[in-house]
Design a protein around this ligand. Sequence first.
Ligand code: PDD
Length: 302
Amino acid sequence: MNDLIWFNGQVMKMADAHVGVEDRGFQFADGVYEVVRFYNGKPFTLREHMERLVRSAEGIKLSVPMPIDELADEITRFIPRTGEREGYVYLQLTRGVCERNHRFPRPAPPATLLFYVHKLPPALEPGEGEGLKLLAVKDERWKRCWIKCIGLIANVLAKNEATGTGYDEAVFLEDGIVSEGATSNIFAVRGQKLITHPVGTKVLPGITRLVVFQLADKLGIEIDERPLREDEVMRADELFITSTTRELAWVARWNDRYIGQGKCGPLTTKIHRAYRDRVRAETRGSGASSSPASHPRIVNVA
Ligand code: PDD
């Protein structure tokens, strides 16, 4: 079942896969990763994730060691072999194993490329459930946050600062500007408009964020893509975060301040419903468990 891994081109048991001690991912965090949600055994927005993988790899002067169409096919074929219907694929690519040296190895060793799946439990319908509590934390990350790099210790520390004090997610704040969460992008709703920070040095180009942009366009909802001030966040009508594993998750609190009406706001619910419609449309198929009662349900996991 789910103890399988695709490891450098071979499908094997997780326990049989071994990464070398001198793997540059292990020693330098010299690698990139992707997290791809699958529903009904089918990956969602896989092409977008593969394209981001290529850009992230380029960002650390690495190339994906196989054509991304082939990699996407491997992932699509691998998921059913795990027996899981609802979950996510974790993919990691590193510069491979070689004698420890900061300089890039020449000739380049074979990259280490692997992926495996984790199951996700059922989640709530759009608009349901408790809102998240966000803690603003100092941004101590590097300035290439557009790269989905495995060097995540600043995010890990931030996340633990938040969860260790009863919050659900940390959000980075610098000079009064709110950029993104430790594991998510963030959107504020003011009036009928969405506001979110542009991607780049401080913000990962989230795939869920991208889908929200596409849906907002279809729904005629305007998005203001600009630095988001903390006072706007605190006075927002609605606030939500986005990520592959959580889709859209509404926010009830920013530090000790309550946001909105104490329930999921109408615009967040509307966009989240449209998101689910797109998920259903793109992941239905034969053998699907897509009766109305068993629509994918997602929880906050990250
Ligand atoms: N995290 N920003 C950061 C820093 C993230 O780590 C993530 C996702 C996002 C949202 O990106 P996307 O919509 O493509 O998932 C934004 C993943 C889920 C993780 O590291 O587990």
